[in-house]
Design a protein around this ligand. Sequence first.
Ligand SMILES: NC(=O)c1ccc[n+]([C@@H]2O[C@H](COP(=O)([O-])OP(=O)(O)OC[C@H]3O[C@@H](n4cnc5c(N)ncnc54)[C@H](O)[C@@H]3O)[C@@H](O)[C@H]2O)c1
Length: 248
Amino acid sequence: MFNLNGKVCVVTGGNKGIGRGIVENFAKAGAKVVYALGRDEAALKEVESLFPNVKGIKLDVTDVAGIKAFVASIKEEHANIDVLVNNAGITRDTLIQRMTDDDWNQVLDINLKGLFNMSREIAPVMMKAGVGSIINISSVVGIDGNIGQTNYAAAKGGVIAMTKSWAKEFARKGAQVRVNCIAPGFTQTDMIKTVPDKILEAIAAKIMLQKLGTIEDIANGCLYLACDASQYVTAQTLRIDGGMIFGI
Ligand SMILES: NC(=O)c1ccc[n+]([C@@H]2O[C@H](COP(=O)([O-])OP(=O)(O)OC[C@H]3O[C@@H](n4cnc5c(N)ncnc54)[C@H](O)[C@@H]3O)[C@@H](O)[C@H]2O)c1
């Protein structure tokens, strides 16, 4: 039931962490091709070498011209782009009084505008084909807020609002183009490596299931939202956080 047979998928930030987990899950679920986009060419080559149906392409989500060229090139090859996962993201955490313009701009540029850049090119392809699934990776921080993450919370909250707008906009004229969000809780990747163990332990103690999430936990939710098993699901935000009680 949870298969992607014959589907063309695009995953941003597909070279490591959650993005790489999503790429691997999609490849195993029978996708025709999974385009893994990212900034690290060597890591993209490595994930590409593991699966015949994965293609690694160096592409930054802030590079508007590069995105246009990428979409134009794959449009020539395929009838549709069936699945887009907007996963690429960064953090530049600090308290607001220390947050620089650069901290703000970089996080908003990649974590919010990057999704706009990708979807602006790919959503029209899906709408023309009359079908597609866009999955935006937000965060529980975009719902609950967090100390030291003004920039990240603003971007991730914006992602949820954009998701709801796109779900309405892209379903016009009967198009079955669905747009959903995943809001991961604390998930074991490089992104949380800078968080001290003591704090991670305190966080885990506040999670109903008493543990941090894994890459597979997020990638499995993503597979559900990508495939036809979720064909009647749109405009939703799926928290995958072990039942997290957020706050100090
Ligand atoms: N790890 C967590 O606890 C957690 C929690 C909630 C949400 N998230 C979100 O999940 C997503 C993946 O994060 P992760 O934990 O795997 O982190 P990660 O640092 O391991 O991976 C981030 C990915 O984004 C890519 N990336 C960054 N900037 C890019 C750009 N400009 N263009 C293209 N690719 C770019 C990186 O190359 C990398 O592949 C992010 O959007 C993150 O905000 C993570």
